[in-house]
Ligand binder design. Structure first.
Ligand SMILES: [Zn+2]
Length: 433
């Protein structure tokens, strides 16, 4: 297998093993552990030293990994790449079992973020996430991760004969049309506790021990490489596990440097980032402060470090769509496999400006990687991302970038094999400065 395909396959494998934010963070955690990074607990006292490799997690769904530079932190600053662990989809509601006419058992769900609803229909789905169980300390329940590794449910479409307008773009009701079918009801079934029983069985614990859960649906089918020349990656959640994965690989590949390098993977980007583990919280600022103080420096040094820092806010971007070429800006036309995309917005939903854009362009040139630019059509409203939210908490020079892709927020997204290689190269050279 050539390098391009091998790296694409690594990404596909990572995504497949990461059906929830908790699993994504845990998989990154394991790779960092293997690479000799030391895990730090936010609640414990830390001892840090120059050249040391560390990471910490928050809520099990956000992760911050850093390598402390050999130079003076107030002069060298931080080199940051941030991305997010979450993706739009469906969360299971409490008391989820709904019996239909004594025959079908379906589950009640709530939409998380902004998925393209129709793409979730007729797909084998399963569940993954975090289960909270009784412990001796009422303030600190134990958390277990669960992932049911088999097709478990489906959200069936209505037949076209019962919904003749289906191809005319009829709306789907989130409460009525999108509930997954889990089983045919049988006499032996304890249907009111079906889901908790299933998770307890999977975890080999007592069902009564499960107090609460944060569980989401996921698509069971693994991603793949496709295209005549095997040039595309088809997978769930490229937004934003592709950037999280590339950032991790770059951090692992980085050698000694004067600069302190950090990979920040936030949760809850898809719902506005204003959670304790999101980019809108003070978590990153607190961490940067803590690192500076633990190196024996003061507040003045922290401020100097911040103003000597640079952040790459890495979230995916929209490639010109083969069936929707008119949806893009007339003069900025990003395509798949033509390199990472610098995202620009006059009203600053993206943080990029001439200064930070130039930094990223220079990084690409030095890494011999092509790059492209994205600007919304002036009559279309685009999305937002991590950069501008994060700079509200800590005012670091930031550029918003991401790899080009199709079908953002579909259950199955499409990106480029070459773009995955390019972004890893650019991130690696950034962390190698
Ligand atoms: Zn995203």
């Amino acid at each position: 297998m050539n390098l391009d395909k091998q790296q694409a396959q690594e990404l596909i494998d990572f995504i497949h093993e990461s059906p929830s934010t908790y699993h994504a963070v845990n998989n990154i955690r394991e790779e960092l552990n293997e690479a000799g990074f030391q895990e730090l607990d936010l609640r414990e006292e830390w001892t840090l030293e120059k050249g040391g490799k560390y990471f910490t997690t928050k809520n099990g769904s956000a992760l911050f990994a850093f390598v402390i530079g050999k130079g003076e932190i107030e002069e060298e600053g931080f080199q940051l790449i941030c991305a997010h662990s979450d993706a739009p989809g469906f969360k299971i509601k409490p008391n989820p079992e709904i019996a239909v006419e004594g025959n079908y058992l379906k589950l009640n769900t709530e939409v998380y973020g902004g998925p393209i609803l129709r793409t979730w229909m007729d797909r084998p789905l399963s569940i993954a996430g975090r289960v909270s169980v009784k412990s001796n300390d009422p303030l600190n329940p134990e958390h277990l991760y669960v992932k049911i590794d088999r097709p478990l449910m489906v959200i069936p479409n209505l037949a076209i004969h019962m919904n003749r307008e289906v191809n005319e773009g009829g709306a789907l009701n989130k409460q009525k049309d999108m509930l997954p079918l889990l089983a045919m009801i049988t006499d032996e079934m304890e249907k009111d506790n079906c889901l908790v029983n299933l998770m307890a069985e999977e975890l080999k614990i007592d069902a009564e021990a499960i107090i609460d859960f944060d569980i989401n649906l996921f698509e069971v089918e693994k991603g793949c490489i496709l295209g005549l020349n095997e040039e595309f990656i088809s997978a769930p959640k490229l937004d934003d596990l592709a950037m999280s994965h590339a950032g991790l690989k770059a951090l692992l590949a980085s050698g000694e440097s004067k600069k302190t390098r950090m990979l920040a993977i936030f949760d809850n980007e898809e719902v506005g980032s204003l959670t304790k583990q999101g980019a809108g919280s003070p978590v990153l600022r607190h961490l940067l402060q803590r690192i500076v103080f633990k190196l024996g420096k003061d507040m003045e040094a922290f401020h100097r470090a911040v103003y000597n820092s640079f952040m790459i806010s890495a979230d995916m971007a929209h490639a010109v769509h083969p069936n929707g070429t008119e949806k893009h800006d007339p003069t900025n036309r990003p395509y798949i496999n033509k390199g990472p995309v610098i995202k620009i917005h006059a009203n600053q939903k993206y943080t990029t400006d001439g200064d930070s854009g130039t930094v990223f362009e220079t990084l690409c040139k030095n890494a011999e990687v092509p790059y492209q630019k994205f600007v919304n059509r002036s009559d279309l409203v685009g999305g937002s991302t991590l950069g501008n939210v994060s700079t509200g908490q800590v005012d670091i020079r930031t550029v918003d970038i991401g790899n080009p892709m199709f079908a953002m927020h579909s259950v199955r997204e499409t990106g480029g094999v070459k773009d995955n290689v390019y972004i890893r190269k650019v991130f690696t050279s950034f962390f190698g400065l």
